[in-house]
Design a protein around this ligand. Structure first.
Ligand code: ATP
Length: 310
């Protein structure tokens, strides 16, 4: 696709990935690279193929074809070295309900050759106050944070988060975002899937928009917002009776409000402000807005025949 991975050591490399379930082709030729230290989000509606892709990367599902390298290994081989360097948060997980948070994290830490300090992990996910509570006493959001803590227990280089905030209330989501940012601050590579545009925008260095098993856009949240056929909108107001030069192609929205849509905002703004300076009129409330990631996402995914699109 369009955006190349930034320079740096590659953590994940995927070429021509395909996965079929019987006659259903759920992943239809995905290419992507994630560099170390990057937060990479795969954004798409229900059934787009996110979980299939992430579980292939984790070594939990087989692929039909294509090349996949994770930290230099083929995850399908499930080598111990690779598995101990990855942290995985599944969409559903079950842990021992009668153990405390600290006990569960300590137990998982014991499975790994170089675990992270247990209390540090608990702190990192924002559960310090609940460290001595039993799992069954926790709220839904706290459960999810335990899942993240378990994925961090082995001090992984690479963390997979499959829809990490689905079902969270707004404050739990913000806390989860802080945790992901802390992980990025520690230099971890994070691969996350999400339905939520704001989540991708808030967390990811780069976003792949996936629809019907294919990546339909790939880039930083900001460059994705600026891409494609969707025009930049320029708006302003003029005093009564003042009309912009006809050749500027600007249309009146109502009263003194004017607007133009363009895929060449630099040129149009130059001509517009040149005209205004010459005519000695102020472009009141001048506003230049680009399509947001949400606009792009909706435009790209609505063209697709998604089952139960988000
Ligand atoms: P969601 O956001 O709902 O989790 P997703 O983007 O993660 O969706 P996948 O779970 O990868 O999508 O599913 C992609 C497609 O493959 C869907 O049509 C789904 O029904 C189908 N699918 C997924 N897993 C299986 C399976 N084990 N057997 C058969 N079909 C499957």
């Amino acid at each position: 696709m369009t955006a190349e991975a930034p320079a740096g050591e590659v953590a994940i490399e995927v070429r021509g990935l395909r996965k079929s379930y019987g006659s259903l082709e759920a992943v239809r030729g995905i290419d992507l690279s994630v560099v170390r230290g990057e937060v990479f989000a795969m954004l798409g509606p229900n059934g787009a193929g996110k979980t299939t892709t992430v579980e292939i990367l984790e070594g939990y599902r087989s692929r039909s074809s294509g090349e996949v390298r994770v930290l230099g290994h083929d995850p399908a081989r499930r080598e111990r070295d690779l598995m101990s360097r990855m942290g995985i948060v599944l969409q559903q997980s079950g842990v021992q309900q009668y153990l405390t948070v600290r006990e569960v994290v300590a137990m998982y830490a014991g499975y790994y050759p170089h675990p992270r300090d247990v209390d540090e992990v608990i702190e990192l996910v924002g559960l310090a106050d609940a460290a001595n509570r039993r799992i069954l006493q926790l709220s839904g959001g706290q459960h999810r944070r335990v899942d993240v803590a378990l994925a961090l227990a082995g001090d992984p280089e690479l963390l997979f988060l499959d829809e990490p905030t689905t079902g969270f209330d707004p404050s739990a989501r913000r806390q989860a975002w802080d945790t992901v940012r802390s992980l990025a601050g520690l230099g971890k590579t994070v691969f996350l899937t999400t339905h939520f545009m704001d989540e991708a925008q808030a967390l990811a260095d780069r976003v792949a928009i996936i629809a019907r098993g294919q990546i339909v856009a790939l880039g930083s949240p900001n460059t994705l917002g600026a891409r494609g056929s969707q025009a930049t909108v320029i708006r302003f107001s003029l005093p009564d009776g003042v009309v912009p030069a006809e050749e500027l192609g600007i249309t009146r929205v109502s009263g003194g409000a004017w607007q133009v849509q363009t895929t060449e905002p630099t040129r149009v703004l130059h001509e517009l402000t040149g005209w205004a300076v010459n005519a000695q009129v102020e472009l009141v409330g001048l506003e230049v807005s680009r399509p947001s990631l949400e606009d792009v996402y909706l435009a790209l995914t609505s063209e697709e025949d998604q089952e139960g699109a988000a």
